[in-house]
Design a protein around this ligand. Structure first.
Ligand code: ADP
Ligand code: MG
Length: 708
């Protein structure tokens, strides 16, 4: 329930004076929400100082200035279209010429009537002896002086919303801002004053993240997030979890292991992969597995995040953890974001389990459940799930529909979890109250963002890759010479290489992305024939699988793809990747894409193509990709260069985009907020803190206060 004191801030912008339904739509698009508080979170990005009032002849060229002048004469243009309407004005210091293009004469005359005094503000330009302002930003009567001659905040705009309209609307909303109770113990400035200061910058330095106002608001935002995360965490973990004993016998999965001495068996537990998987676990994998086992044996519910770069082998860790759960007589589910990936993972699980004599029986008990399993097939799966016959269920979010019932679910793994929203995460944790939860993400998130987004969650990080993996050579190159590119592709194909061609990210429209991919596909097919395949997000699952199958088998050697390949596709002998318009991708995304190659033992090359001229920022970003393959370094750089929103992808990623906080600048505030949140939760939550949570739209987390 939203505290009544916030009603105004959460009322619709369209009810503000002077804002109709059309304008409110535009403004809410601009501000990321239709509430008054969204509007007030729209920060200015520049200031214009209109208090500069020089003598007219001395006014600095190209600088914004204000003048009080008398209107003397008009110079109306003849009929030709492109000549301006000129208004000659003067004051004691000299003459000022105002010019308007393509504006109706009577409108101008009404605004600037002859022989009247007016305040005019705009950018000054000198033409020889003439001092002029073209289309002044502000024109008003002398009584308006105070409203015009001031320092103005400048906001990001959108078509149909003027600077003035936005300024006035925000100022109006600020006037009605309620007096909120104080939730900070020792605040230098109150919330209302802080937000008022944000909208009244006096200079460019007032726009920095280091002002006291901005820091106050950032802290509040982070504090609200930390309290909410901590509430959820407490709720999830305070439940007793299924006890999955880490006793070695559970992991001594085959005859060989059980004949070993207890010490050696312990070794199997720690490096258990050897006996089940066709490879030895890396130290990072083994450590992560240890941490998971310790959690699951603790009697409390596990709530852990496994972070590891693309290809670091998280899936293997997940599989071993699931096996321990299955051995203990429980079921496990493994959820991934796409059907394609679900099928791949299921097949890999089956293959691995089949290869191992000791546990091959389990391969019959791995099942797939996605949106594609329908009718009788689905009924059959659900029945076997309920009876406990299925031990490991792999699927997409279809898994968490209400009608999916388990016999005794012991573990939930969510892979590439940032694709699933925070809310899905919460729902899930409530659904199966005792099951351990492991989230896995290949998005290496900087430390600060991890804490901001997951709060107190336990974290395991795999920082190394399986040793045999070779570094990927990365080149940055212009797409200008398609002839040369085609020649090099032809050479590579002759050598039997498999190549990805990733198509440009054309803003965020799936349609144009698709068109671009199809064009490329046709271009390559016309020259290379049937060796070329196309895969994109609009294809049916069966079609995608068929194409991927051909790429796996080598029938297709060049796969033209949209960014669907970003997530988890595993074609181990793909060795070359071209990324078209790489300058438009975020670093983290490039890193994910690049992780699709270099998976086997052959040398791999990634060619980052750009179109036109590279800007400085793009050049610097692509350089980072050349320099390092370490996802955590790339993520930190991405954060530094582009800000949190871009590192995490768009809002749909399920990560909250900050309104006031900025990383890494506010990292210290984040840690302070985390500590304070822990303190706050030791006592009953005050009304003031409830207001804070509601303000940043974490009201829902309050439900966890009372639950259980
Ligand atoms: P992630 O999910 O972290 O991107 P995967 O689990 O898909 O990585 O593993 C990537 C590839 O590396 C898979 O083909 C997997 O079989 C292989 N792999 C995983 N762990 C090891 C290891 N310790 N040694 C060798 N290969 C490994
Ligand atoms: Mg994976």
């Amino acid at each position: 329930m939203r505290p009544p004191i916030l009603y105004f801030l959460f009322s619709d912008i369209k009810y503000l004076k002077g804002i109709g339904p059309i304008l409110s739509k535009k403004i809410s698009g601009l501000c990321g929400g239709e509430k008054v508080f969204n509007l007030l979170c729209h920060k200015p990005v520049a200031v214009i100082d209109r208090t500069y009032m020089p003598a007219i002849p001395q006014a600095e060229d190209k600088r914004v200035a204000s003048f009080q002048v008398r209107v003397e004469t008009y110079e109306e243009p003849p009929r030709e279209r492109n000549l301006p309407f000129k208004v000659m004005c003067r004051n004691m210091s000299g003459f000022l010429q105002i010019i308007y293009f393509k504006m109706k004469a009577d409108v101008i005359k009404a605004m600037l009537p002859l022989d009247e005094e007016r305040i005019i503000s705009g950018k000054v330009e000198h033409y020889g002896q003439i001092v002029q302002i073209m289309h002044p930003d502000r024109v008003g009567k002398v009584e308006m002086a105070e409203k015009i001659i001031r320092i103005e905040p400048q906001y990001p705009l959108t078509a149909g919303v003027t600077q003035k309209k936005l300024q006035d609307t925000i100022a109006m909303a600020l006037e009605k801002f309620p007096d909120l109770p104080e939730w900070q113990a020792a605040a230098e400035i109150g919330f209302k004053n802080a937000i008022t200061e944000i909208h009244n910058p006096k200079s460019e330095t007032d726009l920095l993240p280091t002002t006291r106002a901005r820091k106050r608001l950032a802290y509040d935002e982070l504090l609200a997030g930390q309290i909410a995360q901590a509430l959820v965490y407490k709720q999830v973990t305070k439940k007793p979890g299924v006890i999955i004993s880490a006793h070695p016998s559970h992991l001594a999965l085959d005859a060989r292991s059980s004949q070993q001495t207890p010490d050696q068996v312990q070794g199997v537990a720690r490096h258990g992969g050897e006996d089940i998987l066709p490879f030895k676990l890396t130290n990072g994998q083994a450590k992560a597995l240890d941490e998971i086992h310790a959690d699951m044996a603790s009697g409390n519910r596990m709530f852990r995040l496994l972070q590891g770069d693309v290809g670091s082998g998280k899936t293997a860790v997940g599989l071993l953890a699931m096996l321990a759960v299955v051995k203990a007589g429980h079921q496990a589910v493994f959820m991934v974001p796409t059907t394609l990936l679900a099928r791949q993972q299921k097949e890999w699980f089956e293959k691995v389990l089949n290869q191992n004599i000791g546990i091959s029986g389990y391969s019959d008990h791995v099942e797939l459940l996605t949106g594609n399993e329908k009718g009788a097939k689905r009924e059959e799966i659900l029945a076997r799930l309920k009876s406990g016959e299925i031990n490991i269920l792999v699927g997409t979010h279809a898994l968490f529909q209400d009608w999916v019932e388990f016999k005794n679910l012991g573990m939930i793994i969510i892979d590439e979890q940032h694709r699933f929203g925070v809310l899905q995460r919460l729902k899930l944790s409530q659904k199966n109250e005792q099951a351990h939860i492991l989230l896995m993400t290949a998005t290496p998130i900087p430390r600060s963002l991890t804490i901001a987004n997951y709060g107190e969650m336990q974290i395991s990080r795999i920082t190394e890759k399986p040793a045999e993996r070779k570094p990927i050579k990365t080149l940055v190159s212009s797409i200008d010479d398609m002839g040369e590119i085609l020649a090099s592709i032809t050479r590579a194909l002759a050598k039997g290489e498999k190549i990805y061609w990733i198509c440009p990210l054309v803003e965020e429209s799936e349609k144009s992305d698709l068109a671009a991919a199809k064009d490329r596909y046709e271009f390559f097919s016309s020259r290379l024939g049937g060796k070329v395949g196309l895969i994109h997000g609009r294809m049916k699952e069966a079609e995608k699988s068929a194409v991927l199958e051909k790429f796996l088998s080598g029938e297709h050697q060049l796969l033209v793809a949209t960014t669907v390949v970003e997530v988890g596709i595993d074609v181990r002998d793909a060795t070359v990747m071209f990324i078209e318009h790489s300058e438009r991708f975020g670093l983290s995304q490039l890193h994910q894409l690049r992780g699709r190659i270099g998976r086997g033992d052959r040398d791999s090359t990634c060619i980052l193509l750009y179109t036109g001229r590279l800007g400085d920022e793009s050049r610097e970003r692509l350089k980072v990709m050349k320099k390092t393959g370490d996802g955590f370094i790339i993520a930190e750089e991405d954060l530094r260069l582009r800000g949190a929103g871009d590192v995490l992808g768009t809002r749909q990623s399920g990560f909250a985009a900050f309104r006031f906080a900025q990383m890494p600048e506010h990292e210290d505030l984040l840690y302070a907020a985390r500590d304070e949140a822990a303190g706050i939760l030791r006592n009953p939550i005050s009304e003031a803190v409830k207001v804070l949570l509601a303000l940043f739209e974490y009201d829902e987390s309050l439900n966890y206060l009372n639950a259980g």
